[in-house]
Write a protein that binds this ligand. Sequence first.
Ligand SMILES: Cc1ncc(C[n+]2csc(CCOP(=O)(O)OP(=O)(O)O)c2C)c(N)n1
Ligand code: SF4
Length: 274
Amino acid sequence: MFAEIEQYFRTERLPHIWCPGCTNGIIVKSIVEAIQKAGLDQDKTVIVSGIGCSSRATGYLNFNTLHTTHGRALAFATGVKLANPELNVFVITGDGDCTSIGGNHFIHSARRNMDLNVILFNNNIYGMTGGQYSPMSPSGAKATTAPYGNIERPFDICNLAIASGATYVARGNSFNTRQLTDIIYNGIANKGFSFVEAIASCPVYYGRKNKLGNAADMLKWQRDNCITKEAADRLPPEKKQGKIVTGILHHEPAPEYTTEYQKIIDKFQGGEES
Ligand SMILES: Cc1ncc(C[n+]2csc(CCOP(=O)(O)OP(=O)(O)O)c2C)c(N)n1
Ligand code: SF4
């Protein structure tokens, strides 16, 4: 199995920096499997990340990669795709990277509907800088910057993506990797802004601060607290309380940005002027 996916990794860069029990590697494997399943050309695939533990993934992936600045992965990815729409462009981002410093880029990228595949590693915390709360830390959760519990309410980032105009929105977790690979794969097929929230575990900062047990306990929590959209649709509201719904949450195709842009170029290069 490893031999099949080894070509997608810069194995000379290993070992990776992630702590034991961190699920970032599991999510990266699902991304690679989805790319492999979609048959994308490695030389025509670009993976862009911001800054954070999750964003470190680009260092290990054997594609054209850009490890950019905190919160700006979507801006860089937008430039890459606009310069060469033939490329398959992916974005790897953390909950802090995408929803805090990068929040404005996020809503406008979703609205613009450029053909980008965004995977947000949601570990509910700023991992790399030592466990500060993020806009996706649950209310009441402890963090180094919220020692008595977080007062703020978290984003439902999938709802925000839908409201902002994303044409494909899905949620998965690092326990159910088959589902995670499938939803990333289906997002690749969507010609437009595809967003996947991947629930991750950070046992070292989020888990320890919130007494969530060890890495295996955190994965079991994902197993026990996530339900698929299909199952949720069959349940009465009281049985869904507190559950995290996974699967494809929204798919509504709309005109894609670079295609529309090309139409304008063709119109004027063809001598037609309005
Ligand atoms: C402009 C800027 N501000 C702040 C930082 C410091 N910084 C580095 S990583 C990070 C947070 C990362 O959290 P998240 O995006 O959730 O990713 P994780 O590490 O949890 O995967 C911050 C604030 C930075 N590198 N650049
Ligand atoms: S600090 Fe948390 S998110 Fe970062 S590598 Fe360690 S376990 Fe993973």
